[in-house]
Design a protein around this ligand. Structure first.
Ligand SMILES: NC(=O)c1ccc[n+]([C@@H]2O[C@H](COP(=O)([O-])OP(=O)(O)OC[C@H]3O[C@@H](n4cnc5c(N)ncnc54)[C@H](OP(=O)(O)O)[C@@H]3O)[C@@H](O)[C@H]2O)c1
Length: 303
């Protein structure tokens, strides 16, 4: 049997259950999960939401990013054997002891990467990379990152710096030392925000922006960035089309994940795990996450 976190109706609650171990089919691997990240996505899933086109019967298990050890390899899978340490992504089912996913959704975990980092690494790092690429952030430009101390923001700031951009990171003042340590120029929200950003931006110009906060943050961005095709919101999906701004490309690949993991292994991408919770305390981890005011990943660990 395998321990798994489930919920039986929209809104939860999350509870621990025991189910038969899932079996890897053709093209799939089974992973003995060691760590799984807690994601805004998971909070929405527990609220009853699923991405368009997805379907899953109740009881459902949340969790779309994980790290662990391959312990079963299905037919037609090349490149993995039991015992391989991997990290990967899915849509659901990562909050459990065992997870079956297509082999194309996992990649080798670098030895330098601790389990709790690997478990929460996939979604935010790939999202940030997709956005920075789609915004075509270039050398000498200025990028404004909202929610810069969050998981996506943390990676976006660093990838923007790697591309030679000046990065202005917006967050609460408690986060400003952290943002400086990532290479960003920090700016506080509130009255006078756009003037403060213009003062920080070389020549007063902001070329591109990642918005992970929405509302007033996105409104301010539209005052600052001339070309709306160079603004992407992760939050204000309903307003994006009318405003002419983009949404995050929902691309996840093992190759991209491997490149980002290699950056981490070389010490070129910093990552902050705020707190781990044992799998059994998934409900508490969600409460801690949704209370807000946190910086860094919340990760479930599976003994
Ligand atoms: N993670 C992903 O892969 C992914 C993918 C697609 C979309 N998204 C979306 O992108 C957003 C960020 O995701 P994340 O994983 O980076 O989340 P996160 O780690 O929880 O970070 C969110 C950040 O935004 C800040 N924030 C939230 N509301 C704010 C407000 N009204 N004013 C100023 N700052 C505010 C938070 O600061 P406080 O802690 O102070 O509130 C926090 O630093 C979420 O809306 C998520 O749904 C994420």
């Amino acid at each position: 049997m395998s321990r798994v976190i489930v919920f039986d109706a929209p809104g939860g609650p999350l509870r621990l259950a025991e189910v038969p171990e899932p079996q890897a089919g053709p093209g799939e691997v089974r992973v003995r999960v060691r760590a799984a990240g807690v994601q805004p996505f998971d909070v929405a899933v527990v609220g009853g939401w699923l991405p368009a086109g997805a379907d899953a019967p109740y009881p459902r298990t949340p969790g779309n990013e994980f790290a662990g050890v391959v312990d079963q390899v299905g037919a037609d899978v090349a490149g993995f054997t039991p015992g391989d340490e991997v990290l990967g992504f899915g849509l659901l089912n990562a909050y459990g002891e065992h997870l079956v996913v297509p082999a194309a959704q996992v990649t080798a975990k670098p030895p330098e990467m601790p389990w709790e980092v690997a478990g929460g690494f996939s979604a935010a790092s790939q999202t940030a990379r997709n956005v920075i690429e789609a915004l075509e952030v270039g050398e000498g430009e200025t990028l404004l990152v909202h929610g810069a101390a969050g998981a996506v923001g943390t990676v976006a700031v660093q990838l923007g710096r790697h591309r030679g951009a000046t990065v202005i990171g917006a967050a609460r003042e408690e986060q400003h030392d952290y943002l400086r340590s990532l290479g960003a120029l920090p700016v506080a929200y509130g009255e006078g925000f756009t003037a403060r950003v213009r003062e920080l931006a070389p020549g007063g110009e902001v070329h591109a922006s990642l918005d992970s906060v929405g509302g007033a943050a996105l409104d301010a961005t539209l005052e600052l960035v001339k070309d709306r095709s160079r603004v992407i919101t992760l939050y204000d999906h309903d307003r994006a089309a009318a405003l002419g701004v983009g949404l995050s490309p929902a691309i996840r690949t093992a190759e991209r994940l491997a490149e980002l993991a290699a950056l981490y292994a070389r010490g070129e991408l910093r990552w902050h795990v705020l707190r781990t919770f044992p799998l059994e305390q998934a409900a508490e981890a969600h409460r801690f996450y949704t209370a807000g005011g946190i910086r860094g990943k919340i990760v479930l660990t599976v003994d």
